[in-house]
Design a protein around this ligand. Structure first.
Ligand SMILES: [Zn+2]
Length: 337
């Protein structure tokens, strides 16, 4: 050992520095190679930036009465809640055919825009495509455009009522897809759906029949179900697309949204989600993919793509099911604390 030390000591300083420099370069090279190897061995799930990003959308504005709130007060509460939660830009898929002199809907929609949110087309009167002809459906879309297009905050996006794109009637489905294209409208698809409309209808029914509703349990069920739906959609999307896309969550302009959306946003953030704008969500390349060709085109875009591709693993969120949601509602919300 001493002899080695003597030999090293005998080396000129310049040579020693050169050795050290070479060792440092070798170390850095090794680290770089290790990182490259690691990134190559990462599963597809981590492709992209690995983050969870989601935007919020609210359908059916202005929507009919819910269980708790005055319909003229509800939009103000929802708008204020989104502001408090720091949601910069949600999208409201509107039904302008429901605006009339008896309500304050027009002003309320403009108030959303004033807060930074945007408006898009959900037909004028909310017909379901499977129930009517493609021509009547497109006429209803045009009627909505007449009000929407001059509005500040208008976006050329269209969302199918009940996400019904014509079901098994592919001729009708394709006619409407062509009609949208010729109008410069793109599909305002959703990727995550927690069935808030069904939770709302269970709540209204319980309220009407005089059952005791545990509101904090209702809030928890609403929040939890939507966080689960977002995570389900994200896992499915990573399997289907080999990357982490920007998501769009389906919500409706309900009493539950006005009362609980702030808690939902908090819970999503605590779970690692970033709330993005609707513009950011619809800039995702997923929207440019050829429209899914599955015969029964009804559901979230992620589900449709997954069915098209035959993606392995569950393709249906377990709470998008009447019996499951009813059981959870009865067990948790109707139980007296
Ligand atoms: Zn709707």
């Amino acid at each position: 050992m001493q002899r080695i030390m003597r030999q090293i000591n005998a080396l000129p300083w310049g040579l020693l520095l050169l050795f050290e420099f070479a060792a440092l370069v070798a170390l850095l090279l090794a680290i770089a190679l290790m990182l490259i190897a690691q990134s190559r061995s990462l599963p597809n799930a981590a492709i992209g930036d690995g983050s969870k990003r989601i935007a919020l959308s609210f359908d059916d504005a202005p929507r009919g009465p819910g269980a708790f709130l005055d319909v003229d007060v509800r939009p103000q509460l929802l708008n204020a809640a989104l502001n408090r939660a720091g949601v910069k830009q949600a999208v409201f898929f509107t039904n302008p055919g429901r605006i009339d002199a008896s309500n304050q809907a027009e002003q309320q929609l403009r108030d959303y825009v004033h807060s930074g949110h945007v408006l898009a087309n959900h037909t004028a009167t909310h017909p379901v495509l499977s129930d009517i002809s493609a021509d009547r459906f497109l006429a209803d879309i045009d009627q909505a455009q007449t009000w929407l297009k001059p509005e500040k905050g208008y976006r050329p996006w269209f969302r199918f009522p009940q996400l019904d794109e014509g079901g098994k009637n592919t001729v009708k489905r394709d006619a409407v897809r062509e009609g949208l294209k010729s109008r410069g409208l793109r599909n305002g698809y959703v990727t995550a759906d927690g069935w808030d409309w069904y939770l709302e209808s269970l709540t209204i029914r319980a309220q009407k029949s005089g059952k005791a509703i545990n509101q904090s349990a209702l809030r928890d069920l609403y929040v939890e179900t939507h966080v689960l739906s977002a995570n389900f959609a994200d896992r499915l999307a990573r399997r289907a697309l080999n990357r982490a896309p920007a998501h769009m969550l389906l919500l409706h302009e309900t009493d539950l949204a006005a009362l609980y959306v702030e808690d939902l946003v908090k819970a999503l953030r605590a779970d690692g989600w970033t709330i993005i704008t609707a513009d950011e969500a619809y800039a995702d390349p997923m929207g440019e993919l050829p429209a899914p060709v599955i015969a029964d085109a009804n559901g979230t875009l992620i589900q449709m793509i997954s069915w098209d591709k035959g993606v392995k693993g569950p393709r249906w969120f377990e709470r998008n099911e009447v019996s499951v949601m009813k059981r959870l509602f009865n067990e948790r919300v109707l139980r007296v604390p």
